[in-house]
Design a protein around this ligand. Structure first.
Ligand SMILES: [Ca+2]
Ligand SMILES: [Ca+2]
Length: 402
């Protein structure tokens, strides 16, 4: 694509990816404290971007270099060199908006917000969804967005800083989640969030951003300490006249209440071919899990360590798309299956011994059903699982620490 062709969108956010090993062990994420979703066509969630020197806000859906917009969709921008987005990322909204940014020729700040409501001395996760708008193989070599997120105190003192690294182009329009943990200092409840593009504009560096979310991190409950009781050996019993006891019926088994804590994915790397999130029932399980049968196709007991899970189309590449949930949280959304794998990494250990992956067929391709080959690799051991899913039935894989 030619330089003049691209319009960037600015979006921002926090990102971060898979390198955060500590994440899984000492953090249970719950309570969405803040969410920036940019509102809807009817009710925009606006931000004061007036002070940005390198950018101009427009209302068109196809911003040019150095411009951004809060759009509900894009259509064939720049001779169709951008992916067309029919909607934003936020699940379940009506005409939701997202940030569309075409980077300024000079690097620098493209999004700024002051957020209230975070508690001092508290650990949070910040996450966001980003999408590289530039199709591959256009008329020029696209510059890739590369974003730094700075969290600052009101006096501009640094709280935390993250960097996305280069946000790669994808073969289909694909949202990617970036996330990281940070802690607020003791004297702060206002946080300034700044998004800085480290790459210059021109050809490429055009992106969409949505759903910047802050969740609080809670320490897992410590495991109960069981005291060992000394073992007493009873004296031998001598029975002189055995008496026949009446046979007692076993008491009926009582149902036990089982508390289930849903632990959102933590150190799972975001996937490059994530697209639009499925609608989520906010009071319960995501709709695709709640409304379809979840057939257990495999249970693996593995040693502690990192697992790599790769999902390929099984056989003819016929356009199957899937979404993947990890412990009921969407981690891969509407990704196309092909001979190139969708790759997920999980850490299985004492802190996170139980993992459930549910594969949801988003379509059945041209040759139903939706079939795929899953390859699970851990410590050199390789396990192949063939998966078939339909619009009525999901495929569930359970992995436990042995
Ligand atoms: Ca949105
Ligand atoms: Ca551009």
């Amino acid at each position: 694509m030619k330089t003049a062709i691209f319009i960037p969108t600015i979006f921002l956010l926090v990102l971060f990816s898979c390198a955060n090993k500590v994440y899984a062990q000492d953090c249970i994420l719950k309570d969405t404290i803040l969410r920036v979703d940019f509102g809807t066509a009817a009710a925009i969630q606006d931000f004061n971007l007036n002070r940005l020197s390198g950018y101009k806000r427009i209302t068109d859906d196809c911003p040019n270099d150095g411009m951004y917009t809060f759009a509900t969709s894009t259509a064939r921008c720049y001779s169709d060199h951008w992916y067309t987005l029919d909607e934003d990322h936020t699940p379940g909204d009506n005409n939701g908006r997202m940030l569309i940014c075409n980077a300024s020729p000079s690097t620098g700040l493209f999004f700024y917000a002051t957020l209230a409501g975070l508690k001092p001395n508290t650990k949070y996760e910040i996450s966001m969804w980003l999408l590289n708008l530039c199709k591959i193989n256009n008329d020029c070599t696209s510059t890739l967005p590369d974003i730094t997120i700075r969290l600052e105190k009101p006096d501009q003192g640094l709280i935390a800083e993250f960097r996305t690294g280069s946000i790669a182009q994808t073969t289909v329009a694909a949202w990617k989640r970036y996330f990281s943990l940070f802690s607020t200092p003791p004297d702060v409840n206002l946080v300034n969030v700044k998004f800085i593009n480290n790459a210059p504009g021109g050809c490429g560096n055009d992106f969409a951003m949505d759903d910047i979310t802050f969740r609080q991190c809670y320490q897992p409950e410590p495991l109960p300490v069981v005291k060992k009781q000394p073992v007493r050996i009873p004296p031998p019993v001598v029975v002189k006249n055995p008496v026949k006891e009446p046979v007692k019926e076993s008491p009926a088994l009582k149902k036990r209440h089982v508390a289930v804590t849903v632990i959102p994915s933590k150190n799972i790397p975001a996937q490059t071919n994530q697209v639009k999130a499925a609608p989520v029932n906010k009071v319960g399980l995501p709709d695709p899990i709640r409304t379809r049968e979840n057939l257990l196709i495999k249970k693996l007991d593995v040693a502690a360590g990192e697992l790599t899970i790769q999902l390929y189309d099984n056989g003819t590449i016929d356009g199957d798309t899937v979404s993947i949930y990890h412990n009921n949280e969407l981690i891969v959304s509407r990704a196309g299956l092909s001979e190139k794998p969708i790759t997920i990494k999980l850490t299985v250990d004492g802190a996170d011994p139980h993992h459930e992956l549910i594969m949801v067929a988003e379509n059945l391709g041209s040759i139903p059903p939706n079939t795929s080959l899953m390859v699970v690799t851990s410590k050199g051991k390789r396990e192949e699982v063939f998966i078939s899913s339909t619009k009525q039935q999901n495929a569930k894989l359970v992995i436990d620490l042995n």
